[in-house]
Design a protein around this ligand. Structure first.
Ligand SMILES: [Fe+2]
Length: 322
């Protein structure tokens, strides 16, 4: 069977103060600012900030809801860490880079023979840079982070689960990921050609209390996998329903893409999303991406009211087209 979703599109986390988040993802991780907009659910205005590699590729898009008013609780049933793919031999640079920025980091470690450093966002989110040979995706560079070290995109998410079996069944049967190894408490699943952007890792933590599912700073809200078009999304919804995952959501218009959500048995929310014509360039030119705030057209007439409730942010010039 050919499955319609072929890798990641984005990973979405709740940060703390917006400016801290902008500084972290553009200057520490070194992504470009791809879009400034707002969360489309609920009534309280919350930023939705998008960061990506040089080409805004699916599988490189980190997004955040700065949510400083309410902390989330980290735990199982949640994304444990977001791993970014970097070139082989670059970890010594990253170690020094994190040190220069006063970023909390853990000693270099390995899983499945790949070296990584885990480091922490100011709101407590865990991120990793993991060495991948030959990731051809074009990284965004900054004055501090050159081509040979910069982030190509996601390697994948590490999901904390109290039990492996039913989440394994979900990724196997509903999404077409095959199990490709166990390394201690880590269980690895890959789709298609495997490797960067095509890997989900479960971290088996049987005794870890459940983390929160609500919006709350310091927690990842969901992962999003990518299909080419609306037909892919419809096919994925059919697969979920055929298997009995009846709680797949309706397909939602997220303006820059279409989305559908289903929570996996381990508790992590898994979005399926697909391109729409124009994508991120629907409301701003390629050379202006990320420079200004944009609201979906149906909220434009509330712009002043929305903006008055959001803290102003400054995006470093090095994070937009130059
Ligand atoms: Fe999403």
């Amino acid at each position: 069977m050919n499955y319609p979703l072929t890798g990641y599109h984005h990973i979405t986390a709740c940060a703390g103060p917006a400016q801290d988040d902008v500084n972290f993802f553009t200057q520490v991780v070194g992504l470009r600012m791809a879009k400034q907009t707002v969360l489309m659910d609920g009534k309280i205005p919350v930023y939705h900030l998008y960061y990506s590699n040089a080409n805004l590729e699916p599988g490189s898009v980190m997004t955040t809801f700065p949510y400083p008013k309410k902390p989330g609780r980290r735990g199982s049933g949640q994304v444990h860490a977001t791993a970014f793919s970097v070139s082989k031999g670059s970890l010594p640079f990253w170690k020094e880079h994190f040190k220069r920025h006063g970023i909390e980091q853990e000693p270099q470690a390995e899983r499945f023979g790949q070296s990584f450093i885990r480091f922490h966002h100011p709101a407590g989110l865990s991120c990793e840079v993991i060495e991948v040979a030959d990731d051809k995706r074009v990284a965004w560079t900054t004055p501090e982070i050159s081509k040979d070290a910069a982030v190509h995109g996601f390697h994948g998410a590490v999901l904390s689960v109290r039990e492996v079996a039913e989440t394994e069944r979900f990724f196997n049967d509903a999404l077409g990921f095959r199990k490709s190894g166990v390394d201690g408490a880590y269980h690895r699943f890959e789709t298609g050609t495997g490797g960067a952007n095509k890997t989900i890792t479960l971290l088996h933590e049987p005794d870890r209390p459940a983390g929160s599912w609500t919006f709350g700073s310091g927690t990842v809200h969901h992962i999003a996998l990518w299909g080419a078009d609306d037909a892919a999304l419809a096919q994925q919804k059919e697969i979920y329903e055929e298997l009995g995952y009846t709680d797949a959501s309706e397909i939602k218009d997220r303006f820059y893409f279409h989305s559908m959500y289903c929570r996996c048995p381990g508790g992590i929310l898994v979005e399926s999303c697909c391109n729409v014509p124009g994508g991120f360039e629907k409301d701003e030119a390629a050379n202006e991406l990320g420079t200004k705030m944009h609201l979906p057209p149906w909220w434009e007439h509330h712009k002043e009211e929305i903006m008055s409730q959001l803290e102003p942010i400054t995006v470093p010039e090095t994070a937009t087209a130059h």
